[in-house]
Design a protein around this ligand. Structure first.
Ligand SMILES: [Zn+2]
Length: 469
């Protein structure tokens, strides 16, 4: 039996709000066996001791939405609208990705997540250009030891370089079945099977219904749907239409959701479906205001997501802060518009720490396994050091995490009791070698991108997106 004890940290179990407790954590066979004071002192020496002295111990973050494959495209999307993203990412960059590129992007992207204290990832994987990509991308996640849901994406990128794309358009459904039957057959596996319809609001509604039915037939752990992206998708009303057909359910995970009406949020809450707010995307790309706190106010199970490292850092601390401060800014602006000055501000910082942990776990129906530090749960744990100049002093653990911490402060990370980051370093990762591979892959993709007439594509794509100005 493998046994580890995390000791001397300040523990935020995220069970009773954000109350801090003094406790050691005993881990046996990947699960939390006990969480109470004095475990290390009473230990017989058979367990490995992980000294979290002065650190803050939390459940690993849950990133409920990321296109992990975009690792090689860091910084390309800095000034993009959603229209730019659609044209350049979905119609061009993706079309140069080989199966090896997809593998590398997912592998290194998952490592980046672990490095930042994210132990569970929902990968909305729409880089599946050939059946080889399917295997490669799923394997890329699995190799790293991260926990997650690999959402099989069906968006049809059309490769601009030679790749073995099957002639039969039915290959996408066949490859989904094959993935489910083999590599992701295990519902108790670290990486589970999920599904991501081609583009929920832009595709033919009957095709969306067919994809949701296939996903459910295959037992998808989550069905990830981009939705309610402001004026880009005005009038799509997929929540209302799915509800009419009796297709709403807790396996649905609506992503972005900034333009959801109160009535739609009530329907989502009643169905048990989840929402992934990705604040930085919504704030940048003209999708409307992040739905995060409005969703929790409607009792929707709500998590946060990073979405794309082609634009933002893979930093959950930053996403928490953006969700928090943007909501505060909007509420404060409402006071100001009435000529009023608030004596108190809302929401509190604890609200976003909850979204990034147990909230995300609830949004993907994994709260029985992860999201809090409790006896019996998976030992998915992050220790955040408070040693750095920007973390000293850390009187208030929540303030330290939400307002000050960075991924570089994440000192130790465990997934299912396995140590994947120790003393600030990923375990067993040859970064100089991976860095060479990422750079070579990125350079080749970028060379391909430069051969494409983007202006001509933009002209052709404009009619696809409503309300563009
Ligand atoms: Zn997305």
């Amino acid at each position: 039996m493998s046994r580890r004890i995390i000791t001397a940290g300040r523990v935020l179990p995220m069970v009773d709000g954000t109350r801090e407790i003094e406790a050691d954590i005993l881990i046996e066979d990947g699960r939390i066996a006990a969480i109470e004071p004095g475990i290390a002192a009473a230990s017989d020496g058979s367990a490995e001791i992980i000294d979290a002295q002065g650190g803050i111990v939390i459940p690993g973050f849950v990133d409920t939405h990321r296109h992990v494959w975009q690792t090689q495209l860091r910084t390309v999307a800095t000034d993009w609208s959603l229209f730019d993203y659609f044209v350049q990412m979905r119609l061009v960059y993706s079309t140069f990705y080989t199966a090896d590129d997809a593998h590398l992007g997912n592998h290194v992207g998952a490592l980046e997540a672990l490095d930042a204290g994210i132990t569970t990832l929902v990968d909305h994987c729409h880089i599946l250009n050939t059946p080889d990509h399917v295997e490669a991308a799923a394997r890329g996640l699995q190799e790293t030891g991260i926990r997650g849901i690999f959402c099989y994406g069906t968006f049809p990128n059309e490769p601009r370089v030679p790749m073995p794309v099957p002639d039969d358009p039915g290959w996408r459904a066949a490859a989904a079945r094959e993935l489910r039957a083999a590599r992701l057959a295990d519902d108790h596996g670290r990486v589970r099977f999920g599904y991501a319809p081609a583009e929920a609001e832009a595709m033919d509604f009957d095709d969306l219904v067919a994809e949701i039915k296939l996903a459910r037939e295959l037992g998808a752990a989550a069905i990830s749907c981009h939705a309610a992206m402001g004026a880009y998708a005005a009038g799509a009303d997929i929540v209302g239409r799915l509800d009419e057909r009796g297709l709403m359910g807790p396996d649905l995970l609506f992503v972005h959701g900034a333009a959801f009406t109160d009535a739609e949020l009530d329907l989502i809450a009643a169905s048990g479906a989840g929402i992934s707010a990705t604040p930085e995307t919504e704030l940048q790309m003209g999708m409307g205001f992040p739905v995060a706190h409005r969703a929790t106010d409607h009792d929707v199970r709500t998590g946060l997501g990073i979405d794309i490292v082609s634009n933002y850092s893979g930093d959950m601390f930053a996403q928490m802060r953006l969700a928090l401060q943007s909501t505060r800014a909007a509420r404060n602006a409402a006071f100001e518009a009435r000529g009023e000055a608030p004596s108190r501000i809302t929401p509190d910082a604890a609200s976003v720490l909850q979204m990034a942990t147990i909230g995300g776990a609830r949004a993907i129906n994994m709260d029985a396994q992860i999201g809090t530090l409790e006896k019996g749960k998976q030992a998915d744990i992050a220790v955040i050091s408070t040693d750095a100049i920007h973390m000293t002093p850390a009187f208030d653990a929540v303030g330290a995490l939400v307002m000050n911490a960075r991924p570089s402060d994440v000192s130790t990370v465990l997934v299912a009791g396995n140590v994947v980051k120790r003393d600030g370093q990923l375990v067993g990762v040859d970064w100089p070698d991976l860095r060479r591979k990422v750079t070579a892959s990125a350079t080749r993709i970028m060379d391909g991108f430069r051969t494409v007439d983007i202006a001509a594509l933009e002209t052709a794509a404009r009619p696809v997106m409503p309300n563009l100005v």
